[in-house]
Design a protein around this ligand. Structure first.
Ligand code: PLP
Length: 393
């Protein structure tokens, strides 16, 4: 039988980079040695102490519960480590009911939306932005109101741009700083404005904090939960994926507003039954050792960031060095007249290098492109050499 996908699945926007993927396949078929700088998935391995803790925990025959459902028999060390991390890192005290372990943020973003949105509800999301926010809305039968992030406002969301009727109907609002794809950073003052907006309009602020630890040049990213009283109206998604090189492990946590945390717990109890205890224990170890683990990895990204920005400068396409994230977000060179698609296509055809066109993140992303720093130095160097050559032509 020919299975027909559900209307829900059919309602998702087409995969944004499907077109680019086909063009890459065409170039490869023509014999071009294509280098992709498109995907944000760390190449550096998960740090040894974390891997060793996983092996120890899964092989710990004294632990009668090591095979059990992670939500029924949680690993006590995980919430302790998460709370200690927030205390050390931001001087934020999380209560027991303000924290739940997740299978990474992407999963939790969708599940929390299923737990809080009804069909017809509205969620507010940034554009350009991480596509999962809108996908989560669609899965919940809700819709998305996009607020453009503008270079002229340092890619911070301008709450004044949100019309009154949208404020009245929206139930949640997404923020993500340090930001993917724009690499923008926010201050605690900005988060305070967001919390105030949430409180005034009865909107839950969902802060996706996937890159809070990927920072450079002495910059330290704030947490929205540093704002006094933030947990009344905000939650924060913390993920171990990017900073600890643990994307495949699927682990993170949601912190903040207790009723939102509870909604996510309810969905999880009915859908996934929690994260394997050994993974929770290894994640706890990672959080405990963050101060040792993260700086050397960030030093690798900083070096690559400098390589990329210096090469783009040399190509005559200058870009400001980002203080955070694992990306460079750069304006499309002048001769392409702001078309990120035309630039990406020309770069693929003439240099065999793939970058992500900003248009893929929605119309507000047009005029920019994204390079990911998650590729080995020699791959990056080869790609950058080709880009500089192309620029001369
Ligand atoms: C990578 C990424 C995530 C997903 O992280 P996981 O915890 O691996 O699911 C979430 N948000 C943004 C903005 C990301 O770039």
């Amino acid at each position: 039988m020919e299975l027909k996908i559900s209307d829900r699945l059919g309602a998702l926007p087409p995969y944004l980079f499907a077109d680019l993927r086909r063009k890459i396949a065409d170039a490869r078929a023509k014999g071009v040695n294509v280098i992709t700088l498109g995907i944000g998935d760390p190449d550096t391995p998960t740090p040894d102490p974390v891997v060793r803790e996983l092996i120890r925990a899964i092989d710990d025959r004294k632990d009668q519960n090591r095979h059990r459902y992670g939500c029924d028999v949680p690993a006590e060390a995980f919430p302790v480590a998460a709370r200690n991390f927030y205390k050390r890192r931001w001087d934020v005290d999380l209560q027991d009911d303000q924290l739940v372990c997740t299978m990474g943020s992407k999963d939790a973003i969708v599940k929390l939306c299923l737990g809080v949105l009804n069909p017809g509800d509205v969620g507010i999301a940034p554009q350009p932005g991480y596509p999962t926010y809108n996908i989560a809305h669609v899965f919940a039968g809700a819709s998305t109101y996009y607020v453009p992030l503008r270079a002229s406002n340092d890619f911070l969301m301008d709450f004044d741009e949100i019309p009154t009727d949208v404020r009245r109907h929206a139930k949640i609002l997404w923020l993500n700083y340090p930001n993917n794809p724009t690499t923008a950073i926010a201050t605690v003052d900005f988060f305070a404005r967001a919390v105030e907006f949430g409180r005034a309009n009865d909107i839950l602020i969902m802060h996706d904090s996937a890159y809070s630890e990927n920072t450079y040049d002495g910059y330290s990213a704030p947490s929205i939960l540093q704002v006094p009283g933030a947990a009344d109206t905000a939650v924060e998604f913390f993920s171990l994926s990017k900073a600890f090189s643990m994307t495949g492990w699927r682990v993170g946590f949601l912190a903040g507003n207790a009723s939102a945390v509870n909604a996510l717990k309810l969905v999880k109890n009915n859908v996934d039954n929690g994260t394997l205890r050994a993974v929770q224990l290894a994640a706890a170890k990672a959080l405990d050792l963050a101060g040792e683990i993260i700086p050397p990895v960030n030093e690798i990204y900083r070096r690559r960031r400098d390589m990329v920005c210096d090469a783009l400068e040399k190509a005559g396409w200058p870009v400001r060095k980002p203080k955070a994230t694992i990306y460079v977000w750069a304006p499309v060179p002048e001769k392409y007249e702001g078309s990120s698609g035309a630039f990406a296509e020309d770069l693929l055809n003439t240099a065999g290098v793939v970058v992500t066109p900003g248009l893929g993140y929605g119309a507000a992303g047009e005029g920019f492109y994204r390079i990911s720093l998650t590729y080995p130095d020699d791959v990056l160097a080869e790609a950058l050499g080709r880009i500089v050559e192309t620029a001369k032509k």
